[in-house]
Design a binder for this molecule. Structure first.
Ligand code: HEC
Length: 114
């Protein structure tokens, strides 16, 4: 009985560890959040943006410096175009800050902002 429980817990640790492995080093904040075990299945896009994007785009996505506002970006760009910017970057914006599921969730979330 005890052994079985241990095996289950060990398995859970392995799964969590594997999911965290894809993150880039500058996303340590994100890793800390996923340690609670909640956010692997569905990405919290707002949380991701707060971690990775607001340093340039402004705390309320109002834009800052030469980074344009994202608060209404859905009116200018489609979900696909936003995804493309996130993956490939723009002059002044590094690409690949977030990837995969996170990039998709954030593109979708931003595309609805208009
Ligand atoms: C290092 C600063 C920086 C960070 C971090 C950053 N951006 Fe940007 N972003 C920029 C700049 C500068 C531009 C304008 C590029 C241009 O002139 O085309 C931009 C443009 C964009 C655009 C195009 C907006 C438009 O109206 O054309 C989108 C969408 C975008 N960023 C999304 C994001 C998302 C999502 C993140 C977080 C994953 C992020 N950015 C993080 C600097 C940044």
């Amino acid at each position: 009985m005890k052994n079985k429980l241990f095996a289950i817990m060990f398995g859970a640790v392995l799964v969590l560890g594997a999911c965290g492995g894809g993150n880039k080093t500058n996303e340590n904040n994100n890793n800390a959040n996923t340690d609670t075990g909640g956010s692997t299945a569905s990405v919290d896009a707002e949380q991701v943006v707060n971690t990775s994007c607001i340093t340039c785009h402004g705390q309320n996505l109002e834009g800052a410096g030469n980074a344009p506002a994202l608060a209404d970006v859905g009116a200018r760009l489609s979900e696909e175009e936003i995804h493309d910017v996130i993956i490939n970057g723009r002059p002044g914006m590094p690409g690949g800050l977030i990837k995969g599921e996170e990039a998709e969730a954030v593109a979708k979330w931003l595309a609805e902002k208009k």
